[in-house]
Design a protein around this ligand. Structure first.
Ligand code: ZN
Length: 233
């Protein structure tokens, strides 16, 4: 095995030569070797950070935004979709839709005290929001982020790092005030773990709701153009 095959984020036992080292970090020789290589972004001539494939600037952008060139989704694009998603979810719960009930129940269990997330280090962000987040809001935020990405940036939707970071950033806002002040996510691994856990337990519901939100939007638009074909107010 060479260092090329080594995943720096892979959780393994602590390195023997360095017992106090944090679990999941690569051996020190990897860091020394990694900083002698060029950044993986085409055209960037700077040297890499000790961990990861990017130079300091690109690595920071990657951790903060989940992507080296994209930025956060603006809240102004999300809030309208979120209101629609919340209304759709409430209507589905009212109608006893089995997927909606199962999704809300799954999120409630995920956030409940004593859930498996409380034991795992990588679920730090879920642990933080578990005391104040409402399962309905968690689902509405996730659906809103996914629907906005599907509409404005299908590329971003298919980039798991970017999708996970955007979902985690929105979900952190549901937590207690003291955790939202910091602004940026500090750990890509933990933000990915949070979005992954949420999508794992309510994936079918999110897919269904994103499709419904999109379909309703197209229906509304068609209705608008047929009742008012010239587009005059
Ligand atoms: Zn770079």
């Amino acid at each position: 095995m060479t260092y090329e095959d080594l995943d720096p984020f892979d959780t393994g036992p602590p390195h023997r030569s360095c017992p106090g080292q944090r679990k999941g970090m690569p051996p020190p020789e990897y860091w020394a070797w990694n900083v002698t290589r060029q950044c993986a972004v085409p055209g960037c001539k700077r040297m890499r950070e000790p961990v990861g494939r990017y130079c300091r600037n690109h690595y920071r952008r990657f951790v903060t935004y989940g992507h080296i060139s994209k930025r956060h989704l603006p809240g102004s694009e999300i809030w309208k979709t979120k209101i629609r998603a919340r209304a759709l979810l409430d209507a589905s719960i009212e109608a006893q839709h089995p997927t909606a009930l199962a999704g809300v129940e799954a999120i409630r269990r995920l956030l409940a005290p004593g859930s498996f997330i409380h034991a795992e280090e990588k679920h730090e962000y879920l642990r933080r929001i578990s005391s104040t987040a409402n399962p309905r809001e968690v689902i509405a935020e996730t659906v809103a982020v996914c629907a906005c990405l599907v509409r404005f940036d299908p590329d971003g939707y298919h980039d798991p790092d970017y999708l996970a970071t955007q979902i985690a950033r929105r979900l952190l806002k549901l937590g207690p005030r003291r955790y939202t002040g910091g602004g940026e996510l500090k750990s890509l691994k933990r933000s990915k773990a949070m979005a992954g856990a949420v999508l794992d337990v309510c994936g079918p519901l999110v897919t269904l709701m994103v499709a419904t939100v999109e379909r309703n939007r197209k229906l509304r638009r068609r209705k608008r153009t047929t009742t008012n074909p010239k587009g005059t107010p």
